[in-house]
Design a protein around this ligand. Structure first.
Ligand SMILES: *Cc1c(COP(=O)(O)O)cnc(C)c1O
Length: 402
């Protein structure tokens, strides 16, 4: 053992509690409802909680129908299937997002067409997408990409970080061309756009209840829509496409994507607390914004005038020149203080996983990837813990280090 490894910590080193990026908040009826499943034996994919969870999510999104799935990714895959996306079709996807929506496009053999972000909120640049669509030839209901000659089959905007995409210009173009709009609303349950809830803006939408999302079931997802035929088809495909459950007759190659009653029980309890969760997120965001605005070189997360953000992941931008270090160095310095932060995703046009997709220039997404840093923002983040994050951001900046 080396001398340095055996050296005891300095006697005056403060004991620091780690501040995690985002952890679930489990303080409601989760135990009671899950216990009820265990006590009654209703643990699997049939049971009253699945129905209740679907009804509650449909109510939150303002849609007529909801179909629970094992994950948000499974909901996205199912959405591709029910929207009729097929091999060698193309689907518009933002470059700046978690990889799942682009993967879902590939699951059905189609290709993602990556659209750059806009600079203000980091969302899909709908102006660019609409302009591209105006340049596509539409004949006999078929929209073709002039560059690849392939058929464009759907639009898959993603409301990232809890903030809605400025969707109206895209919806207008989609209606004109007869293209379905599938919202990836997995990060933005509870947000709204011009007074309309996210998840009820396009033709269908997907939510996620993964452990890092605002409402969690451990793992889970949901497809929501107003279209009864789409909902029926989604339920059919996500439950092994059974035509006759007794005789095991299946009318298609389906999937086992059904959420369990155990998970749904947790989801029902979590959704009961949605309003409180959203209020906590908004409070945490407001406090960060007030502090960050007074630190040179840091840019606060913004909310558009037409948006009500769910503030899922509070994300600042770091200007290396003005702040004195870049986002990655700041992440390492905060980690030394037991404060966990994360950069945003590698832009998907740069992803090795999607190297075969049509090439795209996405400078704004790349700029966000270089400069963005998400701060600890659990629903249960204590004011003292948030103070520690803010104090660290202040002291690490240009002034504090001089
Ligand atoms: C979390 C997430 C998903 C996938 O959800 P899972 O439930 O983890 O499969 C899809 N898209 C985006 C943008 C996400 O952030």
């Amino acid at each position: 053992m080396t001398a340095s490894a055996s050296r005891p910590p300095a006697p005056d080193a403060p004991a620091m509690e780690p501040v995690p990026l985002a952890v679930p908040e489990i303080r409601g009826n989760e135990w009671a409802y899950v216990r009820e499943c265990l006590d009654t034996g209703w643990v699997s994919s049939a049971g009253a909680y699945v129905d209740r969870f679907e009804a509650a999510v449909a109510a939150a999104a303002g849609t007529r129908f909801a179909v629970a799935t094992t994950s948000g990714t499974a909901a996205l895959h199912t959405a591709m299937l029910v929207a009729g996306v097929e091999r060698d079709d193309e689907v518009l996807v933002p470059a700046l997002t978690f990889i799942a929506p682009a993967n879902a496009v590939r699951y059905v053999g189609a290709w993602p067409l990556f659209v750059d972000a806009e600079p203000w909120f980091g969302q899909m640049d709908v102006g660019r997408a609409a302009e591209f669509l105006r340049g596509c030839a539409a004949r006999d209901g078929v929209v073709r990409n002039p560059r690849t000659g392939r058929r464009i089959r759907a639009l898959l905007p993603v409301h990232i970080l809890g903030h809605p995409v400025d969707l109206d210009p895209l919806l207008e173009e989609a209606r004109r061309l007869g293209l379905p709009v599938i919202e990836d609303a997995t990060e933005s349950l509870g947000a709204s756009y011009r007074g309309r809830p996210v998840g009820h803006l396009g033709d269908l939408a997907c939510f996620s209840f993964n452990g890092n999302k605002l409402v969690t079931t451990g793992g889970g997802g949901m497809l929501v829509t107003d279209d009864e035929a789409v909902a029926r088809r989604a339920r059919y495909l996500s439950t092994q496409a059974k035509d006759d459950a007794i005789e095991y007759v299946h009318g298609a190659v389906g999937y086992n994507y059904r959420l369990t009653n155990l998970q749904a029980a947790m989801g029902v309890a979590q959704l009961e607390q949605l309003a409180g969760f959203l209020a906590a997120k908004r409070r945490i965001a407001a406090r960060y914004t007030e502090a960050v605005e007074s630190i040179a070189g840091l840019q606060a997360m913004a909310e558009a005038p037409w948006a009500t953000s769910a503030w899922w992941m509070y994300t600042i931008r770091v200007s290396e020149a003005a702040y004195g270090m870049d986002s990655r160095e700041l992440m390492r310095c905060l980690a030394q203080r037991q404060i966990q932060t994360r950069p945003l995703w590698q832009p998907l046009n740069r992803s090795p996983a999607h190297a075969d997709a049509p090439p795209a220039e996405c400078p704004i997404a790349e700029e966000w990837n270089r400069t963005a840093l998400s701060l600890p923002c659990s629903v249960g983040l204590a004011p003292e813990a948030q103070d520690r994050v803010i104090e660290a951001l202040r002291s690490l900046g240009g002034g504090g280090r001089g």
